[in-house]
Design a protein around this ligand. Structure first.
Ligand SMILES: NC(=O)c1ccc[n+]([C@@H]2O[C@H](COP(=O)([O-])OP(=O)(O)OC[C@H]3O[C@@H](n4cnc5c(N)ncnc54)[C@H](O)[C@@H]3O)[C@@H](O)[C@H]2O)c1
Length: 357
């Protein structure tokens, strides 16, 4: 069980705000890992944890991952994350009041931290935060937001898959390639549509049967049971459901050439990136390939980008991955490590892009 003092001591980040919200019984955490490239940015996660220290640890790890994501995407933002560690499901009034007090904490940071939707928070919640503070991305369209970032996350993943296929097979043509999409939700579904259009043989899996059935009816995709995903032969395995789907014990079972999907932390531990390399499986690091949502929210809402500029940013995910693959090959290291080195180089340069509004 982690202890708060150890969590704080071992973290390399800049700042953590911790508070207890008596009316809801929630612990509130805001972790800013780095502001070297710009204000710390990252979503607000609402979740129940075994202990408050687990919530703080999650906020810190996620904030660190955001630093990497922003740096490799070339966005003028740093890494941050909020966690509202709730004791269980809250009634609507208690939940709203907790969000308003969280908004007050965000506002106190004066724009050095910007938040957005994450697990168990959505655009309507960002509208609530904006009653108190302007520092929330992802408001509803009616309230001046840029709409769901999931379709653009899918576009970024699609470009990442194309680049990965190009590196592994010497041609970026997806025609006939077997691509297994695990989880066909807000990101997985539009990804499936793009893959089908590009001529791939798409296989889908989801624990929610309605979702796979509708894709089967509409697009004629192949369906596999959730328990069979890791054993299914394919060219590309695209995890787009939850994290931690590939542990060290699973790697010998994998029957794919590439792992490239939207899920955050698909590997149960970082060292699995090296195991994938040893197994001859090309891995697209999550914080590179799933950066499309951040490009969408920050591009439209902080940088005032046009649709064309956002699209250019999404295409850039493929270009960045190709560079990371080449770097990894040249240095004989995992793609995860090569991506971390790229992020570290950008952080060391400390180069900021145009200042966010
Ligand atoms: N939405 C974004 O913009 C965005 C950005 C970056 C990363 N991500 C990550 O991408 C992943 C998908 O995000 P989303 O917004 O599509 O979520 P979502 O909740 O809309 O969809 C997830 C889907 O996965 C299914 N699922 C859950 N467990 C499963 C399992 N064991 N096997 C098969 N299917 C399973 C769910 O039924 C659901 O259909 C998440 O890991 C998320 O953190 C999303």
């Amino acid at each position: 069980m982690p202890r708060v003092e150890d969590v704080l001591r071992q973290w390399g980040g800049e700042f953590a705000l911790t508070a207890y919200d008596e009316p809801s019984g929630a612990y509130m955490f805001i972790a800013i890992h780095s502001t070297r490239l710009g204000p710390g940015a990252g979503g607000t996660r609402m979740k129940t944890y075994a202990t408050p220290a687990d919530g703080l640890l999650d906020a810190m790890r996620l904030a660190e991952a955001m630093t990497l994501k922003m740096a490799v995407a070339g966005l003028p933002m740093g890494g941050g994350k909020s966690v509202l560690a709730v004791p269980g499901e809250l009634d609507p009034d208690t939940r709203r009041n907790l969000l308003l007090r969280h908004a007050h904490n965000v506002h106190m940071l004066g724009g050095n931290y910007r938040t957005g939707p994450d697990m168990n928070t959505n655009s309507a919640d960002m509208d609530t935060l904006c009653e108190v503070t302007p520092w929330a991305f992802g408001r509803s369209v009616d309230n001046g937001g840029s709409g769901s970032s999931a379709p653009d996350t899918a576009v970024g993943v699609f470009h990442g898959i194309v680049a990965s296929v190009g590196h592994a097979y010497g041609s970026e043509d997806l025609a006939g390639k077997r691509v297994l999409v695990q989880g066909v939700g807000a990101v997985g579904e539009p990804l499936v549509e793009m893959l089908v259009k590009a001529g791939a043989h798409v296989i889908v899996s989801d624990v929610t049967l309605d979702r796979v059935e509708s894709l089967y009816d509409r697009l004629g995709v192949e369906v596999v049971a959730p328990a069979s995903v890791l054993d299914t032969e394919c060219d590309v395995y695209a995890p787009c459901a939850t994290g931690g789907v590939i542990g060290p014990e699973d790697i010998p079972r994998l029957r794919c050439r590439i792992v490239a999907g939207a899920a955050n932390n698909p590997l149960s531990q970082r060292s699995d990136g090296e195991l994938l390399r040893e197994a001859g499986i090309l891995y697209a690091p999550d914080f590179v390939i799933n950066g499309g949502g951040a490009i969408h929210l920050i591009g439209y809402e902080a940088l005032g980008w046009s649709q064309q500029e956002v699209e250019r940013g999404l295409v850039g995910i493929g270009t960045t991955l190709s560079r990371i693959y080449a770097d990894a090959d040249a240095a004989g290291i995992s793609t995860e490590e090569a991506a971390e080195r790229l992020a570290a180089a950008r952080l060391a340069e400390g180069r900021r892009g145009p200042a966010p509004a």
